[in-house]
Write a protein that binds this ligand. Structure first.
Ligand code: GDP
Length: 284
């Protein structure tokens, strides 16, 4: 797992490993500052991380200052609810559909009976794409036609999963944040309807953020969090970027736990996020 993380984050760690402090050497504080800025950690956070550090920094000091950014731990417990209902939210293109397939694959591998709900009824392509993943993974999907009420998908998926003894439901949602007029109402209604179909549902609202997008991801996250409240984050596309430092900014700004990181386009390309491993990868 650790090596895998190392491989996929290679671009970030390659970019800075020559200059990052190691067990053997110390680096000047301003070099550490440059490293963080180059990895796309935002400026205010870099200043915060550097506060209290001496002029020359060793690896342990660097590690301790970075780990302090991650105050919120992801809770992987899936409550006793059956089915466990999860809503996946985020802007179009962030990687929602792909991440749903990754979560579904993961749960299925763990022996769970998984069902999908195609709740982005705004885009025909979203329904088709999710249906293709469901077919490929041999997982049932509740879908309707474009333009239909996504809350009906939520209701039908929960009723069907209850009747058939499913363990997990993963529901896609629309992500038209920039062009929307009623996305907020739509999402709130989906949440209300989920709660009517099953007490306590949705049990988790997971936000998908594109790790290559920097501060625009953070603004999106705030918008969704204000709308409906978010329980946790999955950061995608960290395989293709030397800007892995966005993870720090996201954790710091949003004060929300990061559950997973996406490391590729295939269902198996999802790693549970562990702050200490992530930092070790970057510093090694
Ligand atoms: P959606 O519009 O939010 O549903 O986004 P999609 O799931 O369709 O993803 C948008 C694009 O990003 C697709 O080309 C995906 O293959 C790609 N993608 C999603 N997650 C990852 C990831 O972790 N790594 C890489 N390299 N590509 C990803």
């Amino acid at each position: 797992m650790f090596n895998l993380l190392k491989k996929v984050l290679g671009k970030t760690s390659d970019a800075i490993k020559d200059v990052a402090p190691t067990k053997r050497k110390v680096i000047p504080k301003d070099e550490f500052e440059d490293i963080l800025l180059e990895a796309d950690v935002h400026y205010e956070l870099v200043e915060k991380i550097l506060t209290g550090l001496p002029d020359k920094i060793n690896r342990i000091q660097a590690f301790n200052s970075l780990i302090s950014v991650f105050q919120y731990k992801a809770d992987f417990k899936e409550s006793d609810a059956k089915p466990f209902v999860e809503m996946i939210i985020g802007v179009n293109g962030a990687g929602k559909t792909t991440t749903i397939s990754k979560l579904a694959y993961r749960y299925k591998q763990a022996g769970k009976k998984v069902m999908l709900g195609a709740g982005d009824t705004f885009r025909a392509a979203a329904i088709e794409q999710l249906t293709r993943w469901a077919d490929k993974l041999e997982i049932p999907i509740i879908a309707t036609q474009q333009g239909h009420d996504p809350s009906a998908v939520v209701f039908d998926a929960i009723e069907s999963a209850k009747a058939k003894g499913f363990d997990n439901i993963i529901i896609d949602t629309a992500g038209r944040l920039h062009t929307q007029t009623n996305l907020s109402e739509e999402l709130k209604k989906m949440i209300r309807v989920a709660g009517k179909a099953l007490d306590g549902a949705p049990h988790r609202k997971m936000l998908i953020l594109d790790g290559t997008q920097g501060s625009s991801s953070i603004n999106q996250a705030k918008a969704f969090n204000d709308m409906i409240g978010v329980d946790g984050i999955i950061i995608t596309k960290l395989d293709g970027t030397a800007k892995g430092g966005s993870v720090f900014s996201i954790a710091d700004e949003l004060k929300l736990p990061i559950f997973y990181i996406g490391t590729g386009e295939q269902p198996q390309d999802l790693i549970q996020f562990k702050a200490n491993e992530y930092i070790n990868t970057i510093l090694d």
